[in-house]
Write a protein that binds this ligand. Structure first.
Ligand code: G4P
Length: 540
């Protein structure tokens, strides 16, 4: 039985150890180009983690230069790998988990969303909700992840704020409450009125990388406003806020925390505008570490004992050593370097002697970390996605998904003698979550499944670079893969025996049905009603 993911009550929250209570672990969800990278830079700027905006990209360039396969990333101009960044802001420890924007790598993003307690949804003010935003939002909703919305690019021609709000309410079935309200837009964009703090923030077009400070007023009737905002703009602002307050619900902490209501901010990441208000909102409203579900019980972040789960594996940090780093989200406890933790799946202890902490300033060795933090554990393949680490308890994290691939191809080594070696490479990628790998029951052919075509390019390049095996991908005669499951083991065996031609095993040995057409799939679903053919599978 799966314990439900719960939200802490205010009493439980105030009982958390102060180090846990001051943590905010979140990710940014957006469609490519909405401004996630720019906003990340500015969050780090406000967090004092970088001096000059632009560091995130510059650092990215350096990282790419050290790793050849990532040339693909560079050539295609997309960000494939996700990373974590920690920084201090006004007494809070902020953990920002970065997510790849390109939809071909969205699996990684979905799993990253299992490691956060809240999300910031960035929307391009001219484009509104775009397909990738919608998909990621749906993943957040599955886990009731609370969302703060940032409407970006207000310095350009934008849609009317009411239109944007309507779209969010209708498309996402999510209530919206204004936290700030824009004053003009495009060339006429002057700034915003911070509704929650009764402040006016005027945008300084001279300083893109400057922190923009607000001017305190007593409310919309403060005579000071007349000196700050031209009369026509002030009249429109008052009218719109009055209308918004009449039409939209007020801020409600419970509704936000349960994922039913989103506070909305308007700004321009490029001009560092609205970023401070967003960060202030995040530390004020976003939840500290939430309980994490496991197969048997929910783990409370305030528990003394350390619990963590692996949500991402990153290979190639040093290609020469075939090193991997397991990204572990700590779900509870106070972790200290050198601790011995139980690797539950293997039933063996591991000594975590050189964990990494992803500080935005520098990647440093972690001496200690708390629930909510992300630590990186270098290893040679022992740790896999979905693995749980504890101080001895038999716990198994749940809800870290593996998705049925959308596209499949057969992979063959140019040199047939390298088949065995190829299997090893493919298993590694499957364990990392970079692809699904199925070995057919008949013929032992390797079928590789991915979410987007671009992943084949990355895989081909990595197999050549890391394993020195030139390979080719060929069309596979399959259109869908489904994990096979059922209540009655005898029935499952019978199903498998009758479908040998469609049968394969994934990298962990779990049985999979490979359908040759959607007709094929519909037919078996109809003929075998008590066999479950599943699109996702928990990493266990
Ligand atoms: P992403 O990570 O979500 O894909 O978006 P990114 O931050 O890379 O931003 C995409 C483009 O939008 C960039 O322009 C960026 O400068 C621009 N942008 C981001 N925020 C704002 C904003 O608030 N206002 C305006 N006007 N533009 C914004 P680019 O031309 O593609 O790249 P670059 O040459 O400027 O780096």
């Amino acid at each position: 039985m799966t314990a439900p993911l719960t939200t802490l009550s205010p009493e439980e929250e105030s009982a958390l150890p102060p180090e846990v209570r001051r943590r905010r672990t979140f990710a940014i969800i957006s469609h490519p180009d909405a401004g996630k990278t720019t906003l990340t830079e500015k969050l780090l700027l406000y967090g004092g983690a970088i001096q000059l905006a632009g560091d995130v990209r510059a650092r990215g360039e350096r990282r790419r230069a050290t790793s050849d396969w990532m040339k693909i990333e560079q050539e295609r101009g997309i960000s494939v790998t996700a990373s974590a960044m920690a920084f201090d802001y006004e007494g809070h420890m902020i953990n920002l988990l970065d997510t790849p924007g390109h939809e071909d790598f969205s699996e990684d993003t979905y799993r990253t969303l299992t490691a956060v307690d809240s999300a910031v949804m960035v929307i391009d003010a001219a484009k509104g909700i775009e397909p990738q935003t919608l998909k990621l939002f749906e993943v957040c909703r599955l886990r009731d992840v609370p969302i703060i919305t940032f409407v970006n690019k207000m310095d350009r021609e934008a849609r009317d704020p009411f239109e944007i709000i309507d779209e969010i309410q209708e498309t996402l079935a999510l209530d919206v409450t204004p936290a700030s309200w824009p004053i003009g837009m495009g060339r006429e964009f002057l700034g915003a009125y911070d509704i929650l703090n009764k402040r006016v923030i005027l945008m300084d077009r001279a300083g893109r990388h400057e922190r923009q400070e607000g001017i305190q007023v007593s409310g919309l009737d403060d005579p000071k406003l007349a000196d700050l905002i031209p009369p026509d703009k002030l009249a429109t602002l008052k009218e719109q806020i009055e209308m918004a307050e009449g039409l939209l619900p007020p801020f409600d902490m419970t509704a936000y925390r349960e994922g039913h209501l989103t506070p909305i901010y308007f700004g321009s990441a490029l001009w560092s505008f609205g970023v401070k208000e967003l960060l202030d909102g995040l530390v004020r409203f976003a939840p500290p570490p939430r309980p994490q579900p496991t197969a048997t019980r929910a783990v409370n972040p305030g528990e003394d004992k350390v619990t963590g789960f692996v949500f991402k594996i990153q290979a190639n940090m040093d290609p020469k050593h075939r090193d991997r780093v397991a990204f572990v989200r700590l779900a509870s406890g106070h972790f200290r370097r050198g601790m011995k933790l139980l690797h539950v799946r293997a039933g063996k202890p591991i000594a975590v002697s050189s964990p990494m902490l992803f500080l935005a300033q520098d990647r440093a060795t972690a001496d200690e970390a708390w629930a909510g933090d992300i630590i990186g554990i270098p290893n040679h393949g022992t740790l896999r996605i979905g693995d749980t680490l504890t101080e001895g308890e038999q716990l198994q994290a749940v809800g870290i998904p593996s998705f049925a691939p959308e596209v499949m191809q057969v992979v063959r080594a140019d040199d047939p003698l390298k088949a065995k070696h190829l299997q090893k490479a493919l298993t590694q990628f499957a364990e990392e979550g970079a692809a699904s790998v199925f070995k057919t029951e008949i013929g032992g052919t390797f079928v590789v499944g991915v979410v987007g075509m671009l992943q084949f390019d990355v895989l081909r390049e990595r197999i050549r670079q890391e394993y020195d095996i030139p390979v080719r991908f060929e069309p596979a005669p399959y259109t869908a893969a489904r994990w096979i499951d059922g209540e009655d083991p005898k029935h499952v065996e019978e199903f498998k025996a009758r479908h040998k031609g469609n049968l394969a095993a994934d990298h962990a040995g779990a049985p999979v049905f490979l359908a040759r057409s959607s007709w094929d799939l519909t037919k078996v679903e109809r003929d075998w009603p008590d066999i479950r053919l599943q699109k996702t599978r928990d990493h266990t």
